[in-house]
Design a protein around this ligand. Structure first.
Ligand SMILES: Cc1ncc(COP(=O)(O)O)c(C=O)c1O
Length: 356
């Protein structure tokens, strides 16, 4: 049957048809021919508990009988309120939660919050965004400008706003003449050099713990903490993108606590709802939030809002998802498995060496 769907990141000429998923349970997807496929990418790194988890389905079903969607523009809803409370509880340093419906939008909100913060407090020259090479923060225009991967986005280069991109240490791609440690120092020194000279730097944006879509690159120990310290020293906002790495994906609930680098703005997505309904959140500290307060005529409020912001179905499944993290001690389990996996990987490395 002819399909009218245009698929993401896909050269459609190469594809006559796509495997059609009709059912999913646990880690398995079933296609329309009855084949079972292992969901090895956790449905784009967002599924936490596997598919058709009864508790998550029940949360959606229960909420769907009350309200399915109501606007957050001057209204609120119980699941979104509860979720904000739950997120603030697990997010040291954060003060308020701003909802959106996907990671790219949540990053756009972070940029707007950060830039407007400086405007709100009268520091209007602070307009530049600094970031790391090979970062990825989504596919919308602001996110493309900040997480610029040339192969993906060079067609739009002329329309993207300028950012300052800092080289990033990668254990497997160390430039000639450097040791891994030397190169880390080089990158950190470069950041400090720019911070100390350019008064227009408003914020530093990076993925938290590791770069993912731009080529999996786990940051060296202490790298993120050093950037965080520099941001504090030079009074520059730190925005951490936890969308792909938070909620246990790298072994801790939040990478920013693991990396001892409390940001001014933290961004969550993907696993927030266990991978069941699209939702993302941009969290800001009190300093940022307070700068937006004023009289209506001051026009300091944040001009951003999506139709489905704070959707109650998504929020209720996110609340249930967070309950399951507690119920099953997920982070503790991941840490236990991490050790086991690390040992196996070491054994495998030694075995490969012997073979060669
Ligand atoms: C680190 C990071 N930030 C932002 C995004 C964008 O999220 P979304 O695909 O929900 O727009 C992604 C998506 O993969 C990501 O990995």
């Amino acid at each position: 049957m002819k399909s009218f769907v245009w698929h993401p990141n896909t050269q459609m000429k190469e594809w006559d048809s796509f495997t059609k998923i009709v059912k999913a349970k646990g880690m398995w997807l079933t296609d329309s021919d009855g084949n079972n496929l292992l969901d090895g990418v956790a449905s784009m790194w967002c599924n936490v508990w596997g598919h058709s988890k009864p508790e998550l389905i029940n949360a959606i079903t229960k909420q769907s009988k009350k309200t399915q969607h109501t606007s957050m523009f001057n209204l609120t809803n119980e699941p979104a309120e509860d979720l904000a409370t739950n997120l603030i509880k697990i997010s040291p340093g954060m003060h308020k939660v701003f909802y959106s419906d996907n990671g790219s939008s949540a990053m756009e909100i972070a940029f707007k919050m950060g830039l407007q913060y400086w405007n709100n407090i009268g520091e209007k020259k602070k307009t530049k965004i600094m970031t790391l090479e090979n970062g990825y923060h989504g596919d919308t225009f602001g996110s493309m400008a900040v997480g610029y991967i040339p192969e993906f986005f060079n067609k739009f280069k002329r329309q993207l706003f300028a950012t300052i991109q800092i080289p990033v240490p990668n254990k497997y791609r160390i430039p000639k003449g450097f040791s891994y440690q030397d190169y880390q120092n080089f990158c950190i020194d470069k950041i400090e050099d720019i911070f100390s000279k350019d008064e227009k730097i408003a914020m530093f944006v990076m993925e938290s713990g590791a770069q993912v879509a731009g080529g999996v690159n786990i940051f060296p120990e202490g790298f993120q903490k050093k950037i965080s310290k520099l941001c504090k020293k030079y009074n520059i906002l730190l925005v951490l993108d936890e969308i792909a790495t938070g909620f246990g994906r790298l072994g801790s609930m939040l990478q920013y606590t693991e990396q001892k680098s409390i940001p001014d703005i933290a961004v969550y997505g993907k696993m927030l709802t266990g991978g069941y309904i699209t939702m993302a959140a941009t969290l800001a500290n009190k300093k940022i939030y307070d700068s937006f307060l004023g009289e209506f005529d001051d026009w300091k409020h944040l001009f951003h809002g999506h139709t489905f912001t704070g959707n109650p179905l998504a929020a209720s499944v996110a609340n249930e998802n967070l309950k399951l993290y507690e119920k099953y001690s997920l982070i503790k389990k991941i840490k236990k498995h991490q050790k086991y996996l690390r040992n196996i990987m070491k054994e495998y490395q030694n075995w490969k060496r012997l073979e060669m």
